[in-house]
Design a protein around this ligand. Sequence first.
Ligand code: NAP
Length: 303
Amino acid sequence: MTWHVLGAGSLGSLWAARLARAGLPVSLILRDAARLAAYEAGGGLTLVENEHSTTYPIKASTAGTSGPIQRLLLACKAYDAEQAARSVAPHLAEGAQIILLQNGLGSQDAVAATLPGKNIILASSTEGAFRQDGFRVVFAGQGFTWLGRPNDPQPPVWLDDLQQAGITHAWTPDILSKLWRKLALNCAINPLTVLHDCRNGELQNWPQEVAALCDELVTLLLACDQQEAAIGLHEDVQRVIIATAANYSSMYQDVAQGRRSEVSYLLGYACNAARQYQVKIPALQSLHARLIAHLAAQGLPLG
Ligand code: NAP
């Protein structure tokens, strides 16, 4: 069965190249005819791994000419997911599986509402990749990908494809817990790196600010019935700050490069959830307000 990968950006290309390298059928879905023409002119997708680059001439199309799609990996940003899902909806086969790679929370519900009754699988990845230019992507950091459907313990047979492609993964019925935990880590680290204009490791200079955010995130996770995601959060945040000390967070990089960030699906989502569950989170709300003001001052989208 063909893997249709929508979005030949960083993570989509990383998946597509490894699936193709394993001899599995892959087809890219690109944004429009101009992107398709640029891709075809370049002769394929190039993956750079350990300073070694290989080009894979994976076939590609636009949403309008793709299909029927049995298996779709939606590999765009959270803010593009709903519109991207709508663009492929008419081409989805009966019983199609749709895997959502978006970070944060909120976009998954939007896609599910756009594709009612479809078989949707959620994913949370700690792999790292970035685009050098056009269709050339660097595999920057080994990681792990959790996949799952809430409360479904039965992994699908096609996980064997991921094994074959060397994509380190596991199935979990607790995928929402994984997504919440990653969201909480992101809320405690990424906005502060933007506001303090620093690498992750420099957050060791603001231990009280980090601790206050972690306390509120734990309260919020418990209110949202995410007990497991709350366990040892502060220690995990401190571990990540040290383990990734030399890195700039993804939000820092988005803002520094004048790109839209996924704040609405991370800190914005947390603040909305707190309002819904009537949880008091003054430090997180103040952080959100400061971040929004910073984005506005830079002329960047606020959502
Ligand atoms: P990215 O590099 O910006 O790639 C997104 C791709 O989606 C772009 O190529 C974009 O096309 C494409 N796209 C958007 N709308 C589309 C549409 N309607 N039809 C076809 N293509 C469309 O983003 P990314 O870094 O891969 O991130 C994807 C998700 O993975 C995010 O939620 C991110 O937080 C998460 N994630 C990323 C990493 C990482 O290391 N990169 C790690 C963990 C999680 P254009 O090129 O035409 O704009």
